[in-house]
Design a protein around this ligand. Structure first.
Ligand code: GLN
Length: 187
């Protein structure tokens, strides 16, 4: 049985762990240390504040170890701030994981629209529309290398994948939809 880790330094990790409890035939656990990281087969990087997460990741030595595991093939899924940590190119200087071929802009939606929910079908992920919750969301400005677009909303890329790396600018952990989890678990 696979163990799914959720990086639990800051942000919406409790919501991800709660959602994972609803899925059968997997185990899940919070990851705060390198020893805990060693015990997981897949990792979710939650939403929250990427600057804060980046600081703690680097202080604890987790950044280098997570990066090493991802490059060795561990499936990883970044939601919102977690996606920012994965991007190779950022509009701001932030010591981050820089593993996925995409260019990301933080806080890309204007202040009036900084939090909103939409329903949209992502045929590659589910057969019915997903609730997408955006909270001070970043934007995937462009992709390169072998990164593929999974979904767009309003002309902007909101979900992308490169091999076993998955990135969503929205927050499935704040909805009842488990489709993105089930998609991630198949990577
Ligand atoms: N704006 C946050 C950041 O830059 C991300 C917001 C989120 O994860 N909901 O890290």
């Amino acid at each position: 049985m696979e163990t799914i880790g959720v990086l639990s330094l800051q942000g919406s990790f409790a919501e991800h762990l709660q959602a994972l409890k609803k899925i059968k035939n997997i185990k899940s656990m919070p990851v705060k240390t390198v020893a805990e990281l060693d015990a997981v087969d897949r990792l979710i990087l939650p939403g929250g504040e990427s600057t804060t997460m980046s600081k703690i990741l680097n202080i604890t030595g987790l950044a280098a170890e997570i990066r090493r595991r991802i490059l060795a093939g561990m499936p990883v899924w970044g939601t919102c701030a977690g996606l920012i940590l994965l991007a190779k190119e950022l509009d701001v200087g932030l010591p981050h994981l820089a593993v996925m071929d995409m260019q990301v802009r933080r806080n890309a939606y204007g202040s009036q629209l900084d939090s909103f929910t939409v329903q949209k079908l992502i045929p590659k992920i589910s057969s019915s529309p997903l609730n997408m919750v955006f909270i001070r969301a970043p934007q995937i400005v462009s992709i390169n290398g072998t990164t593929e677009v999974l979904a767009e909303y309003d002309g902007k890329i909101v979900a992308a994948q490169q091999n076993r790396m998955l990135a969503t600018t929205f927050h499935p952990e704040l909805t009842d939809d488990l489709d993105v989890y089930n998609y991630f678990l198949k990577l």
